[in-house]
Design a protein around this ligand. Structure first.
Ligand code: NAD
Length: 256
């Protein structure tokens, strides 16, 4: 029960890494507000988890993280429902991309930046203000990507947004340290969620082979790390990136 008594807001919590983290947090004693643009899926997840013996520990709210007022409202809702906020996991995101010269900026740049980059900024700002006003400290965990630290094919905009997440994390850790707030970014590699499942089996096999264990990472394996980062046991991990990529960023396989 390493998160006993903590209240967390998890964006993108209706699916994939976010949903696995909701489940892990609740099992570790936290109260969680699932915040997702897909409200029906978020509410269904909350009902499911509540029915597993966690009644009163999980709730859902609809939010588009690309709209600051909605993110502020989600933070306010967490406080209204559970009385405080201790952790925000800025995890909502979309992926994909086309070759640069095929871009229409209104389609291939602005929408993704609004969600993957602005959405994280809004979460940091809204939660940071709540942590300051509460005077209790807090933890901000944000989902970047292996592509936040390297360029990749068909990821021109995605890489930029995910790099910004890392930069935001460094600056937020510095700016909010005086309020007892920590900020950490995680960089998942290849995780078996809806984002990856849209690709062919052949590509998924290639993706898995890019990691040291040669398998796709399970969302639950990322959730385990996020729970540790949200807990007081990780109090010296601050303003930095935690690579949760099964070695992706550390090695390159020999081509036969
Ligand atoms: P997913 O599609 O299963 O989950 C993403 C969730 O975000 C969904 O529930 C979706 O409804 C929600 N969402 C999308 N746009 C939103 C918006 N505007 N406002 C609120 N919610 C919104 O995918 P996932 O793999 O679990 O992705 C979670 C995060 O992990 C994303 O930020 C993604 O970029 C990142 N990531 C994933 C991988 C991977 O291999 N799956 C690798 C690196 C990083």
């Amino acid at each position: 029960m390493r998160l006993d008594g903590k209240v967390a807001l998890i964006t993108g919590g209706a699916s994939g890494i976010g949903l696995a983290t909701v489940r892990k947090f609740v099992r570790e004693g936290a109260k969680v507000l699932i915040a997702d643009i897909n409200f029906d899926q978020a509410q269904a997840a909350a009902d499911d988890i509540a029915g597993e013996g966690f009644q009163g520990n999980v709730a859902a709210v609809g939010v588009n993280v690309a709209v600051f007022a909605e993110v502020e409202a989600a933070v306010a809702r967490a406080v209204e429902v559970f009385g405080r906020l201790d952790v925000i996991f800025n995890n909502a995101g979309i992926a994909g991309g086309r070759p640069l010269l095929d871009h229409d900026p209104d389609v291939d740049y602005a929408p993704m930046i609004r969600i993957d980059q602005d959405g994280v900024y809004y979460g940091i700002l809204a939660a940071g203000r709540q942590f300051r006003d509460q005077g209790t400290g807090g933890v901000i965990i944000s989902t970047s990507s292996i592509y936040g630290e390297q360029a990749a094919e068909l990821a021109f905009t995605y890489s930029a947004a995910k790099a910004a997440v890392i930069s935001f994390t460094r600056s937020a850790a510095y700016e909010l340290a005086e309020f007892g707030v920590r900020a950490v970014a995680i960089t998942p590699g290849r995780v078996g969620t809806a984002i990856i499942n849209q690709f062919s089996d052949e590509l998924k096999t290639t993706f898995a082979s890019e990691q040291m264990r040669n398998v796709m990472t399970e969302p639950e394996e990322i959730a385990n790390v996020v729970a540790f980062l949200a807990s007081d046991e990780s109090n010296v991990i601050n303003g930095t990136v935690v690579h949760v990529d099964d070695g992706y960023s550390s090695f390159k396989k020999r081509l036969d």
